[in-house]
Design a protein. Structure first.
Length: 382
């Protein structure tokens, strides 16, 4: 049996090696390392895939969030609502721009923003909502749109973990995650469902004026060389990373399906274990492989018998990679602690940090590995 890793990028690379290597070699021979043809080609390919008017590549997913907020013209003191249970980058950029982060709780089953908590957090200073499509499942965007429209708020989708997922509206129509709000952002960190071999990110929008502003911001505020029309940053996707992403994009749907196939195996194996809560999906287990609302960037269980930490160690002792996303809520992090926060408002998050555990999840998982992982867990928790 192969070594069990959280992500097996080497095996994935071997299957597309010829295309990736040829693309990288082409960039090397052209020496067009910044804003070369591959950047423009990947941008166009991703616009078609997402069915969005504008994709603006940038250096990483954190930059993407910051640039989106800069492009919307948010000012110091403006309140931005986001979730307490997520990676710090989501709130980090709010602080960097001297905006005011307002953290709210999440739903216990989807791990995404709690709509009632969102509504209660709105004040006259609120200007934007940042829903995070955590672990690959799209947040309740229809409800978020209703709240945003009622209060005239911007929606910035943090789509770092859910590229390729679809959101289905009540009328049956679908949109890709990251293309529903005013602006969406993503990361191409290597372990993402669509990842490059370094850092990379992108911003999506259907707003022509906003896209124009953002294109200036990512390039030092320039639309014409040495003429700086807006305050900008230096955040560009380099040509080698763009070439890798262009080679991988045609495989994205297949990658997502492979992850759902692994999730289906996990769900079936854990279905009768009374100490495990498997990730929520809005379909029957038998249909999970084809369910497009979750792309399983992470496969995250909740362990209900108080033995999560013991399980974490037991898996490591047995050669099974695993991780705890996330061990500390943002409102308890030193950088973001604030006397405004009341522990009663974070009941779900404060539970999740003690119960969640993420299992290996990637495109190359083999049935022998999945069987060993699930048997090890079920035997430990029996």
């Amino acid at each position: 049996m192969k070594k069990i890793q959280m992500v097996d990028l080497q095996s994935q690379y071997q299957k597309i090696k010829e295309t990736v290597d040829a693309s990288i070699q082409e960039v090397l021979e052209s020496s067009a390392y910044i804003n070369g043809p591959y950047v423009k080609e990947f941008q166009a390919d991703l616009e078609r895939y997402l069915d969005v008017k504008h994709v603006i590549p940038c250096a990483n997913g954190t930059d993407a969030l910051q640039i989106a907020m800069m492009g919307l013209g948010l000012k110091p003191g403006d309140e931005v609502i986001t979730v307490d249970f997520t990676f710090a980058a989501t709130v980090e950029v709010i602080g960097l721009l001297n905006l005011t982060p307002v953290l709210v709780d999440v739903e216990p089953d989807s791990f995404n923003i709690d709509i009632e908590a969102l509504k209660k957090a709105i004040t006259p200073k609120t200007k934007a909502i940042v829903p995070v499509h955590l672990f690959g499942q799209v947040a309740n965007m229809e409800a978020i749109l209703e709240v945003a429209n009622e209060h005239n708020l911007f929606i910035i989708e943090d789509n770092a973990q859910a590229i390729g997922a679809n959101y289905t509206f009540k009328d049956g129509s679908k949109k890709k995650a990251g293309t529903i709000g005013h602006v969406g952002t993503t990361s191409f960190f290597p372990s993402k469902n669509l990842g490059c071999y370094g850092d990379g990110g992108a911003i999506f929008t259907n707003d022509d004026d906003l896209a124009h502003i953002i294109r200036g911001i990512v390039n030092h505020g320039m639309y014409k060389r040495y003429y700086h029309d807006v305050v900008g940053v230096n955040s560009r996707l380099d040509s080698i990373q763009a070439a890798i992403l262009k080679a991988k994009l045609p495989h994205l749907d297949k990658y997502c399906k492979a992850r759902r196939k692994a999730a289906k195996y996990y769900n079936e194996a854990f279905a009768t274990n009374k100490y495990i809560i498997t990730p929520k999906v809005d379909c029957d287990i038998k249909d999970l492989e084809d369910y497009d609302g979750h792309v399983f960037h992470q496969y995250t269980l909740q362990i209900t018998n108080g033995k999560r930490d013991e399980l974490h160690k037991h898996l490591l002792d047995n050669g099974i990679a695993n991780a705890i996303y996330y061990p500390v809520p943002l409102h308890k992090q030193k950088a973001y602690a604030d006397e405004r926060y009341n522990e009663e408002d974070f009941k779900v998050t404060n539970t999740l940090i003690n119960t969640v555990i993420s299992l290996p999840m990637h495109t190359e998982l083999e049935e022998e590995q999945l069987e060993f992982i699930t048997n090890t867990i079920n035997n430990f928790l029996s």
